[in-house]
Design a protein around this ligand. Structure first.
Ligand SMILES: Nc1ncnc2c1ncn2[C@@H]1O[C@H](COP(=O)(O)OP(=O)(O)OP(=O)(O)O)[C@@H](O)[C@H]1O
Ligand SMILES: [Mg+2]
Length: 242
């Protein structure tokens, strides 16, 4: 995989929840390619289908129709177990409220995913965990529990945890939704650094249009369809304003 290669692609994807009067057509035909080295911001109002799109693209939830290809593998018609394997090998997620395990330290939170997915073998693993924590600037908080850390620090632990398995696709759902502007910019700068010039694509879903300046592609979602795609020169994340 090289810079610019397609990491994931979505073709004609629809997603419908419920039936009859309760039917919600959350996605109504999405086509999208995600490229290595890219940083993509997906904008849209609440309820527009952004989280649904992230979940179908990440193989968390099967689409109702259409195809999602991840790391060269078509996700359609796969069992839950097969989906889990493709996901494990290619994708990591970051969420608004960090989703750290409260009873584990920062370091243990970073270790756990790699351990659960069988990536913790080998002598270099301790160093890899330490590097992931120092890479996000919180080596000194390795033994702190989530409740002892600020929101920005917790989100940085979540980024270290996401990156330690080397995902090709990093999907972030409102990653700065609980942070102030200064802390949010630090987190966004980290995400930008992890995308640019890498073999990874970082996707940030947000309702915050100010974040769009740091993307090289901005995708506007409205009512389950892509209403517009803009390619642009990404600005440094510290120029984000909201
Ligand atoms: N599990 C579900 N069951 C039924 N309907 C759902 C489900 N998940 C989402 N929906 C519906 O699908 C539509 C899109 O939801 P989605 O969560 O993707 O929106 P969003 O753009 O992420 O909005 P938000 O700003 O609220 O996060 C909404 O109308 C929502 O109510
Ligand atoms: Mg959402």
């Amino acid at each position: 995989m090289a810079h610019g290669d397609v990491v994931a692609s979505v073709r004609g994807v629809t997603k419908t929840y419920g039936e009859g009067a309760a039917e919600v057509r959350a996605l109504r035909g999405i086509d999208l390619d995600l490229h290595a080295g890219g940083i993509v911001v997906v904008l849209g109002p609440s309820g527009s289908g952004r989280t649904t799109l992230l979940n179908s693209r990440g193989g968390i939830e099967a689409a109702s129709s259409g195809t999602v290809t991840l790391g060269g593998k078509d996700l359609s018609g796969r069992t839950a177990e097969e989906l889990a394997t493709v996901r494990r090998d290619n994708v990591a997620f970051i969420f608004q409220y960090y989703n750290l395990i409260q009873t584990l330290t920062a370091q243990e939170n970073v270790r756990i995913i790699a351990e659960l997915t069988g990536r913790s073998g080998g002598d270099g693993f301790d160093e890899q965990v330490a590097e992931a924590l120092s890479g996000v600037g919180i080596a000194d908080r390795a033994d702190a529990f989530p409740a002892q850390m600020s929101g920005g620090q917790q989100q940085r632990v979540a980024i270290a945890r996401a990156l330690v398995t080397g995902p090709r696709l990093l999907l972030c759902d409102e990653p700065t939704g609980a942070l102030d502007l200064a802390t949010g910019r630090q987190v966004l700068s980290l995400l930008q650094r992890e995308a640019q010039g890498s073999e990874r694509c970082v996707v940030i879903v947000t309702h915050n249009s100010g974040i769009a300046v740091m993307a090289d592609r901005v995708i506007r979602v409205h009512d389950g369809v892509i209403a517009g795609v803009t390619a642009q020169d990404a600005r440094p994340a510290d120029e984000v304003v909201w």
